[in-house]
Ligand binder design. Structure first.
Ligand SMILES: C[S@@+](CC[C@H](N)C(=O)[O-])C[C@H]1O[C@@H](n2cnc3c(N)ncnc32)[C@H](O)[C@@H]1O
Length: 399
């Protein structure tokens, strides 16, 4: 099978999470640059990574990269790339573009130039003058950054955050890929109680249940590359079957999702059922002030109102104060909070020992991390040198 240079794109701040996901899938040789994790793979890897990557936005094939200070260079070097190895004679190949700090900044002209160059390249190989573009779609992107053009083909189609379980979302939902990233930045694992006290449409509890039961995030959707004639359909079928076989049984502890809005709870229940994890999560209408637990070493990961898209400033401050009080009452628990509110720590009542800058959509946020003690079982595993959550934090680029 031919090898490709593959790129898992991700949002700023989650690159190390995607790298770790790829390592767990068996891809040790990765290279990270500007929200992109590069690695090598074949057709089966395209199917596996689309199926299993939880925090990546898309999976692309890199067709080529070169210096393109003018249209002549862009055209000639695009013609020289091996397009006919990837695009069948009937391929539909729309070209999208973007340009940052580059001399070629008129994006429609850049797209037109690349489209013409691909046609020219295919004409030579297929000995034809016209291409009707009636077949499978190969979405090409030309991305110019400081005069370097990178040409890619998307293998995912809809972004990977579209898992297929959510028809409607609440007013300020977290992307599924971001939710999975936050969970993987925390020390939560399936043996620890998990609570999201501001669950909204349920994204964090649902993603936690998918992780806890090892359910592939892509198992409920299709991918654009499934229509490509040179990837055997049986390969996709095998990857889906393998994903089904790898599912774990129910967790001993149900995941808990609370919100004071009854409409949010109804939405969460519907999406969880759609995702196949309805039986793994208990959703309940509940105010943050009512949050308590008799369990120890639990984990809260949450996305409270920020005061930007929802909540008046005084209400939001009161919510953070209340969350701080809950945190004081659960000394063995770990708390992880994402918010764009720069006064969060003041109202919560303590500085976070660790935080990480992340973007929720276009909004610059901090992910505040208050780690409680590790549970005794994990602590002894860490002492004995085993690599579990307790022994292997993902802290490389945090402050
Ligand atoms: C930013 S949204 C959470 C979105 C959620 N992560 C999602 O993906 O849909 C914040 C949620 O907190 C809830 N909320 C606000 N104040 C609350 C309070 N005092 N107690 C419980 N829930 C509250 C809101 O109803 C809203 O659903």
């Amino acid at each position: 099978m031919p090898r490709f240079e593959l790129i898992a794109t991700t949002t700023f701040g989650l690159e190390s999470v995607v790298t770790r996901e790829l390592e767990r899938l068996g891809y040790a040789d990765t290279r990270t640059l500007d929200g992109k994790v590069h690695f090598a793979g074949d057709e089966r890897d395209i199917a596996r990574c689309n199926m299993w990557l939880r925090s990546a936005d898309r999976l692309l094939i890199k067709v080529g990269e070169f210096h393109a200070p003018d249209f002549g260079a862009l055209f000639d070097k695009t013609v020289d790339l091996p397009w006919s190895d990837l695009l069948p004679v009937d391929a539909t190949f729309p070209v999208a573009g973007r340009s940052v700090q580059s001399r070629l900044h008129a994006v429609p002209a850049v797209q037109g130039c690349v489209k013409k160059a691909i046609v020219e390249s295919l004409k030579k190989k297929y000995n034809r003058f016209r291409f009707d573009e009636t077949g499978a779609e190969f979405a090409v992107e030309v991305s110019l950054l400081r005069d370097v053009a990178t040409l890619t083909i998307d293998t995912s189609g809809d972004g990977l955050h579209k898992r297929g379980y959510r028809e409607f979302a609440g007013p300020a939902p977290l992307r599924e890929t971001m939710a999975a990233g936050l969970l993987q930045l925390s020390y939560w694992n399936r043996d620890r109680q998990f609570i999201d006290p501001f669950c909204g449409s349920g994204t964090l509890p649902i993603e936690a249940a998918l992780i806890g039961r090892n359910i592939a995030p892509g198992s409920g959707r299709s991918f654009i590359a499934e229509d490509w004639p040179w990837i055997d359909r049986k390969m996709w079928k095998d990857v889906r079957t393998e994903a089904k076989d790898l599912r774990q049984p129910r967790m001993s502890e149900p995941i808990l999702g609370f919100d004071h809005d009854p409409a949010a709870i109804r939405l969460s229940e519907k999406s969880a059922a759609e995702a196949g994890v309805g039986g793994d999560i208990q959703f309940r209408i509940q105010e943050i002030s009512e949050l308590k637990s008799s369990r120890e070493y639990g984990v809260v990961v949450c996305n409270p109102p920020y005061g930007e898209r929802m909540g008046a400033p005084e209400e939001v401050e009161a919510v953070y104060r209340e969350l701080g009080r809950v945190c004081d009452s659960l000394p063995t628990w770990s708390f992880y909070v994402i918010t764009s509110n720069t006064w969060f720590e003041k109202h919560f009542g303590r500085r976070a020992p660790r935080r990480r800058k992340l973007y929720n959509g276009r909004l610059e946020c901090q992910f505040y991390q208050y780690m409680g003690p590790a549970p005794p079982r994990e602590r002894s595993a860490a002492d004995s040198g085993a690599t579990g959550e307790a022994a292997a934090p993902n802290t490389a680029d945090e402050v």
